[in-house]
Design a binder for this molecule. Structure first.
Ligand code: BV8
Ligand code: ZN
Length: 248
């Protein structure tokens, strides 16, 4: 793959790079994306029956079982060369801010620090009533297969049902993480948008803010992305192949 020299120079001279990631960065670790037509989770499951507060109220066992099977899948996965290249970038650029929509912990396990999780984490469940964090045992007593129902545990403080620590559709994003992400986007010189369809708001504002603030925005994605600006680039390919070449 041959990169544009101007783009490489911008990256080399950048003072602050934001790396904005979506499900595609974890695809090569074996974790399903959401919207890919064949393998995406939303081609097999209805988001409204699983990823909303109403779904959890209606059928907590279905929702908890689904998130537990996803958590188990992540625990059994490893960071891939894309995650590792992002962690490596922090050694080459004065400031790197990783902003992720992902609910896995693969950036952290690859060595990235202070990752801003806009959509929460599979690994930080909390009480649905009093919001106290719930400490999960490393693995559930019965490992859930995809689609198997599982009763959520109860909060040790108030007895309420424990819920996944992710942000569902219709819920607010964590204010601190969102504000920090917007501030980083407004401050950076280069934003790498890796493996995201960019359709879920307000997270999708992050690259928009960077672009409007004059940063170069680079999409790393095997699928063509709709974009137009003079400051936007597409590096077509898988994150685990493109990013190591870009960072080397
Ligand atoms: C909210 C966590 C206030 C749980 C997720 C403005 C306009 C229209 C609608 C809205 C709007 N503002 C808000 C909304 C509503 C809604 C929304 O955006 N809807 C969209 C879909 C129209 N947003 C919300 O509800 C948000 N909350 O706004 O609160 C509010 C409240 C009430 C009413 C109004 C406002 C909360 C949204 C949070 C949803 N939570 N997940 C879970 O994980 O189960 S969303 C889900 O999508 C994912 O978790 C992920 O975080 C997010 C983004 O998806 P991607 O990561 O981009 O994944 P996707 O599959 O789409 O794409 C993968 C990409 O990777 C593809 O491009 C593919 O080509 C590429 N790829 C594949 N392989 C590779 C690769 N790339 C590189 N390398 C590879 N190897
Ligand atoms: Zn509680």
């Amino acid at each position: 793959m041959v990169f544009d020299q101007g783009l490489l120079a911008q990256l080399r001279e950048a003072r602050h790079v934001v790396v904005f990631t979506g499900a595609g960065v974890s695809a090569e670790s074996g974790i399903a994306t959401f919207r890919d037509a064949l393998s995406g989770l939303w081609s097999r499951f209805d988001p409204m029956q699983l990823a909303t507060p109403e779904a959890f109220e209606d059928d907590p066992e279905l929702v908890w079982g689904w998130y537990e099977s996803r958590r188990m899948q992540v625990l059994g996965s490893l960071p891939n060369p894309g995650h590792l290249a992002i962690a490596e970038l922090a050694k080459r650029v004065p400031q790197v801010t990783v902003v992720t929509q992902n609910v896995d912990d693969l950036h952290e396990r690859a060595g990235s620090a202070n990752v801003l999780h806009l959509h929460g984490s599979l690994h930080q469940p909390r009480c649905s009533r009093c919001a106290q964090p719930f400490r999960m045992p490393p693995a559930p007593p019965v490992e859930p297969a995809e689609g198997r129902r599982l009763a959520p545990p109860h909060c040790e403080h108030c007895g309420g049902q424990v819920r996944p620590g992710v942000v569902w559709f219709g819920e607010s994003l964590p204010v601190d993480a969102l504000e920090a992400a917007f501030a980083a986007a407004a401050d950076c010189d280069v934003l790498l948008s890796v493996g995201t369809s960019g359709v879920v708001y307000p997270a999708a504002q992050v690259p928009e803010i960077a672009l409007h603030s004059g940063a170069a925005v680079v999409h790393v994605n095997p699928e063509p992305q709709a974009f137009g600006g003079q400051h936007e680039w597409l590096l077509a390919g898988a994150a685990g192949e493109v990013l190591p070449l870009l960072v080397q």
